[in-house]
Design a protein. Structure first.
Length: 561
């Protein structure tokens, strides 16, 4: 997910809490060999906010909003979710939860709406996605987030559930997120912190039967770090007038075949492993901010007190994030019916324009090879991340330091198109980035290889192959499998194996089955696992089916058992 670069601060693990500088980043990502050489709540919680009541008052609905120029106004629907009584486990044929698809259709491309029409109907598979309704306020100094999360969670599993777990990701690094006022279907609930303080267990009054849903609400508060020493690649920080809000809200843990995925992620890699969900967000902040967000901005209302309230929404999304600054300038261009927006500092206008060009070319290449991009917008924002780049749904962030460095133009391009490719591998097709990181990262590296082939030809791809080998060479060409969890790769091994050896495996797979069948594999993989979570076995099954080969020897050599 994150695109690490040389010289940047990495994540550092500890046995309980994480803090301080990270070791090495996911290593120097991707390219740098075209022409030259590419190297390339804690238990002692502070007083709640506001004081919890047995039945928390509902959040006030948003006022009617004024659409930004060129946008069709969408009626404000960020109203309290209706109370739904917990269902007994024997309840037959439960009715699907209501979804206001008008919100999300304003974000999706018409072709995506048409393709997903049956899944968006009541009872369709997308109607049971988790729905997040977030009411968020930023402090005037941009040093704190206060919010209320209302989450409608549907049990899509085979067994009844007795609790729902939430990640509190900021507590992996600084233990500063606090939770209060938790309620389930309007009833106050005592909650339990686990795994130190980065997991919140919310017990349910009754078991939640398969197909039934529950409404969970909670208040949360978290300070925003103001330097890059926080151990999270500064992807949740306010630095140099740029705000990055990754992981700022409680997120539902994935429930899989073996139950809840409760491991605290190893911090040298990705921490986010999420189901696709729906997001309706009210964000109140100083009115001078220019905001880029996952999904899209549907409207903005000035409050007359120096603040404004933005209506942000999107879905399906694998995650939600905001980047903002009073200094941002914005440039835009069209790529068919997709609007690409570039957010950059005034002194970096040339770099901001370059990202538009690279994103447009890569969008076209990836859509031709893999399948359609789902959203009407793609945003690219410069932030102070200590990684080279990080991807979010419909939003990618690039380290600001690359925008004005003429010596890193090739690397800057590589980062951009790599993160664009993650819209296919991580967002639309989800995977367990904690335990199977190669499935999105190696595929994204391979996609970058494909981009360079289409944009520049054989010399560029030869150079890129050299950069993959150079990364692998950092661990003396160790044949450690690419198919291990992030935690199995200490220090420099993660970047070398997953980002270096990983794409070389996919190139070897292409050479074995042929370029045409490789293209067929990726198109089918994308189509069959749209808004789902794919596992390595799914990818292998499709590869063997399409190629009509047993690929066990190739998997044993590269991926592992």
């Amino acid at each position: 997910m994150r695109h690490r670069t040389a010289g940047s601060v990495g994540r550092k693990s500890s046995t309980h809490r994480r803090s301080g500088r990270r070791p090495e980043q996911k290593a120097r990502r991707l390219l740098a060999l075209i022409v030259c050489a590419w190297l390339v709540v804690s238990c002692a919680m502070p007083p709640p906010f506001p004081p919890p009541s047995p039945t928390p008052p509902p959040t006030e609905p948003l006022p009617t909003e004024t659409a930004t120029p060129g946008m069709t106004p969408v009626p404000a629907t960020n109203t309290p979710l209706p109370t739904v009584a917990p269902a007994a486990t024997a309840t037959p044929t439960p009715q699907p939860p209501e979804v206001n698809w008008a919100i999300y259709e304003a974000v999706l491309r018409p072709s995506a709406i048409q393709q997903l029409a049956s899944d968006m109907r009541p009872g369709g598979r997308l109607s049971s996605l988790t729905q997040y309704s977030l009411t968020v306020t930023l402090s005037a100094d941009l040093n704190r987030v206060d919010g209320r999360a209302r989450v409608r969670y549907t049990n899509n599993e085979k067994d009844p559930l007795n609790e729902v777990y939430f990640h509190l990701f900021p507590n992996i690094w600084n233990g500063a997120m606090t939770i209060a006022g938790v309620s389930v279907d309007g009833r106050a609930m005592e909650t339990i912190l686990e795994s130190g303080d980065d997991l919140l267990r919310v017990p349910l009054a009754q078991p939640l039967a398969p197909g039934r849903w529950t409404d969970i609400a909670m208040d949360f508060r978290v300070p925003i770090p103001t330097d890059d020493e926080v151990g999270n690649y500064a992807d949740f920080a306010y630095i140099n007038h740029i705000l990055a809000l990754a992981h700022f809200y409680p997120t539902v843990v994935v429930y899989g075949d073996k139950g809840w995925h409760l491991e605290t992620p190893a911090t040298q890699g990705d921490v986010v492993y999420h189901d696709a969900s729906l997001y309706d967000v009210s964000l109140t902040a100083p009115m001078g901010l220019v905001i880029a967000a996952a999904g899209a901005t549907l409207g903005r209302t000035e409050n007359g007190d120096g603040t404004a309230t933005w209506r942000l929404a999107g879905g399906p999304l694998r995650d939600f994030n905001v980047a903002a600054s009073t200094r941002y300038r914005v440039a835009s261009r069209q790529a068919g019916d997709i609007t690409i927006n570039s957010y950059f500092l005034p002194e970096d206008a040339a770099g901001g324009q370059k990202t538009l060009d690279w994103a447009a070319v890569s969008l076209q290449a990836y859509q031709t090879e893999f399948g359609s991009y789902p959203y009407r917008e793609l945003d690219i924002a410069a932030t102070e991340t200590t990684a080279g780049g990080i991807e979010y749904p419909g939003l990618i962030v690039i380290s600001q330091r690359f925008y004005s460095d003429p010596n890193n133009v090739v690397y800057f391009e590589g980062i951009t198109v790599h993160e664009v490719a993650h819209q296919w591998w991580y967002n639309v097709v989800g995977n367990d980035q904690v335990n199977d990181p190669w499935l999105d990262e190696a595929l994204t590296q391979y996609s970058t290889y494909f981009y360079y082939d289409k944009a520049y030809g054989k010399q560029a791809t030869d150079n890129l192959m050299d950069s993959f080998r150079a990364r692998w060479a950092r661990v003396e060409f160790s044949e450690k499998p690419i198919g291990l969890p992030v935690s199995a790769y200490p220090d420099k091994e993660y970047g070398a194996i997953v980002y270096g050896r990983g794409p070389l495996f996919l190139i070897a797979l292409r050479d074995r089955i042929g370029a045409d069948k490789m293209a067929q594999l990726l198109r089918r993989y994308y189509a069959e696992y749209t808004w789902k979570i794919a596992m390595p076995a799914d990818f292998r099954r499709l590869a063997e089916e399409i190629s009509d080969q047993n690929l066990g020897d190739l998997w044993a050599k590269w991926v592992g058992p």
